[in-house]
Ligand binder design. Structure first.
Ligand SMILES: *Cc1c(COP(=O)(O)O)cnc(C)c1O
Length: 410
């Protein structure tokens, strides 16, 4: 039974669940956003990927390997958990999609598995990635160990200092962590270094991007790999309630990959309302924020046109959020489009609201959420749901990595 639900078959072959209204066009655009704005030296790499990704991930061989690893290595399908006490507290029906129970502790591994298999099919020998908090770096180092591929992770010098446990994990997994020492020495500088590396090693190196960001085809590819989340939600909800469509799906957004995964198979069902939460940090009317859609404007970042936080002359503004995974100055281009078309309601949640939600969930359900995921939980305090609404919240990751931050606020 479950073997069927973790297949990406439907994405390639069936019309039933295919996302029709919001899919990327030939040039890699979602409405006005997306595309592939890369240095000329990178054209061959990006072209190769663009020309081959659909064909490769559509083969039986690929699908069989992807499904097998999601099942036996990642531990999918993870539960869709009816949170009884939480539902009583908020007088509605709340289900938590437990991405926190995946191997390595978040949804990031779904995508890392997909892309590492793709890299192998392309015959690549060396994997590069950039990471901010280190979570995507850990997921990448994990799948590289699994596949016995060389792994180099770029990370800002500042982030290396403040995310020491993840740096140790990556090293233990056999990855080389290279410090980005220019600019503000954080995520965007690490990204620049990774792109430079890719330019210098176009033949043997694969660039493994961790969210629905970057030049086409990355946003579409990552969304497809993460779409397993909503594929499972539909089937599990049908089993538990008799109806595969909830009233609401809620997820947090950094680059936007867990939200895309949770929304994917519902995008064409307008009866399913979709809510995404950006990190407001100290508040969207302060300088300490990461709410790109609220305070940003269209521009080009990381190879695609999307909303980003920038000064009047186009310099990227350093974002701020208590949650490292949401601390990103841009947002995936499909989210910019879903915001313009109003298909998704983008809310912003402050550090304080997220912390409160994290403590609340821990007390009420015995689940310590990642601070990122706590931004999605916080919607329960900000919006009133009806008594018979079915509300699915994507719990993107577990809170172990955030324990020091939580304890500091206890
Ligand atoms: C990285 C991360 C996020 C943010 O990334 P998206 O691409 O927006 O999903 C959210 N939650 C967790 C647990 C993460 O590790």
């Amino acid at each position: 039974m479950y073997d069927k639900l973790i297949t990406i078959n439907d994405l390639m072959t069936s019309n039933k669940l295919k996302m029709n209204n919001y899919k990327v066009n030939e040039q890699g655009f979602y409405g006005e956003y997306g595309g592939a704005f890369v240095p000329e030296m990178l054209y061959p790499n990006v072209e190769e990927l663009k020309n081959k990704y659909l064909q490769i991930i559509g083969t039986d061989d690929f699908k069989q390997q992807f499904n097998e690893l999601l099942k036996n290595y990642v531990g999918r399908p993870n539960p869709l958990y009816f949170a009884k006490r939480l539902s009583e507290k908020y007088q509605t029906n709340i289900y938590l999609k437990r991405e926190d129970l995946n191997h390595t502790g978040s949804h990031k591994v779904n995508n890392a598995i997909g892309q590492i298999l793709l890299a192998k099919h392309l015959g690549k020998k060396r994997i590069i990635a950039e990471t901010g908090a280190g979570q995507h770096g850990v997921a990448t180092a994990t799948v590289c160990a699994l596949m016995n591929l060389q792994c180099v992770v770029y990370m800002g010098e500042v982030d290396i200092e403040r995310q020491a446990p993840n740096v140790s994990r990556m090293k233990m997994l056999g990855a080389e962590v290279r410090a980005a020492k220019s600019g503000s020495r954080t995520l965007k500088d690490a990204t620049n270094e990774a792109i430079r590396d890719w330019i210098n090693n176009p033949e043997d190196t694969y660039y493994l991007i961790g969210s629905v960001v970057g030049p086409h085809p990355y946003p579409d590819m990552v969304a497809r790999f993460q779409s397993v989340i909503s594929e499972e939600i539909r089937i599990q909800l049908k089993e538990q309630t008799g109806n595969e469509k909830p009233d609401y799906v809620i997820a947090c957004v950094g680059g936007g990959s867990n939200a895309m995964g949770a929304f994917y198979h519902f995008l064409d069902d307008l009866s399913v309302k979709l809510i995404a939460t950006e990190a407001a940090g100290m508040g969207i009317d302060t300088d300490e924020t990461a709410a790109s859609l609220k305070v940003g404007s269209p521009g080009i970042i990381h190879g695609s046109r999307t909303y980003l936080m920038q000064t009047d002359d186009g310099q990227i503004i350093e974002p701020y959020s208590i949650s490292a995974g949401l601390d990103y100055p841009g947002i995936g281009p499909i989210h910019a489009h879903l915001n313009d078309t109003k298909r998704v309601d983008y809310m912003s949640v402050t550090d304080k609201e997220a912390l409160d939600a994290g403590f609340m969930l821990t007390k009420v359900e015995g689940i310590i959420p990642a601070l990122e995921s706590a931004h999605a939980i916080a919607v329960l305090e900000k919006k009133k749901f009806k008594k018979d609404d079915i509300v699915v919240i994507n719990l993107s990751g577990r809170g172990d990595k955030d324990l020091a931050t939580y304890i500091d606020k206890l």
